[in-house]
Design a protein around this ligand. Structure first.
Ligand code: NAP
Length: 220
């Protein structure tokens, strides 16, 4: 979703961007192809995603891939490490996915490579899947919280801008243009799909294993 769009944005801006993923022979978990992909690179943009969102595999994915990528980036003399994380991740330790993103952020901050972390809100393209994950039969049970969907294209433009800029040495947050309730998100998703289901706001419902408060997932 995101990586290919970042590559497009960088190329549109006249940058020499190398798309690197298992499909192009580069594997951040095994290290295969990393050294070649990074030869001559000024910046690395770390945006793979874990095939599993289960607690242990997702922790292993983000810690191992970022450890390998940072070591390869350091060896190649890369001067800027850019990664994408999630708004509010450090406030929601009950989510295994978000714990893994925070562990990834820490590895980057400790890597001794100048870095920028862009924490983003949920992709707009992901809201159908979020709604489906909260659906049981004819009912969608959603948390009593806000969400701020961002188009992956808009995030890609910001990640490309950050990659071209001086390292932040820290974290910036970016969210979509509107904060809406999970209820509104679910109703919009159902309307798009032409589905008729009951949407119930249930404060007990969490998000990827974590309870939410109203503003957990949105920018300040
Ligand atoms: N989804 C959201 O709402 C959201 C919000 C904020 C931040 N983020 C973050 O944005 C990043 C990208 O998410 P996404 O939704 O764009 O992911 P995605 O669509 O699931 O894409 C995953 C990418 O990771 C690559 N990949 C998988 N295993 C790999 C490995 N071992 N080595 C190298 N690359 C590997 C895949 O390569 P192939 O194409 O070769 O299979 C694919 O290109 C993640 O860090 C995620 O945490 C996501």
């Amino acid at each position: 979703m995101l990586g290919s769009k970042v590559v497009d944005k960088l190329r549109e801006r006249g940058r020499d961007a190398v798309a690197a993923s298992p499909k192009t022979g580069v594997n951040a978990l095994t290290g295969e192809g990393l050294a070649d992909a990074l030869t001559g690179a000024d910046v690395v943009v770390d945006v793979p995603n874990s095939p599993s969102f289960e607690d242990d595999p997702v922790m292993e994915f983000f810690t191992k891939s970022t450890t390998n990528l940072a070591a390869a980036a350091k060896a190649a003399g890369v001067g800027h490490y850019v990664a994408v994380s999630i708004v509010g991740s450090d406030q929601l330790p009950k989510s295994g996915y978000l714990r893994a993103k925070v562990a990834q952020e820490k590895l980057i901050a400790q890597s001794e490579i100048p870095y920028s972390i862009v924490r983003a809100t949920q992709f707009a393209e992901f809201t159908d899947a979020i709604t489906a994950s909260m659906t049981v039969g004819d009912e969608v049970r959603v948390p009593d919280a806000l969400i701020q969907p961002i188009a992956a294209e808009d995030l890609a433009a910001e990640v490309a801008r950050v990659a071209e800029s001086e390292p932040l040495g820290g974290i910036e947050n970016i969210g979509g243009p509107e904060k809406i309730s999970f209820e509104q998100m679910a109703r919009a998703a159902l309307a798009r799909q032409g589905e008729v289901k009951t949407v119930v706001v249930d404060p007990q419902v969490g998000y990827f294993g974590t309870p939410l408060s109203m503003n957990s997932l949105v920018t300040a």
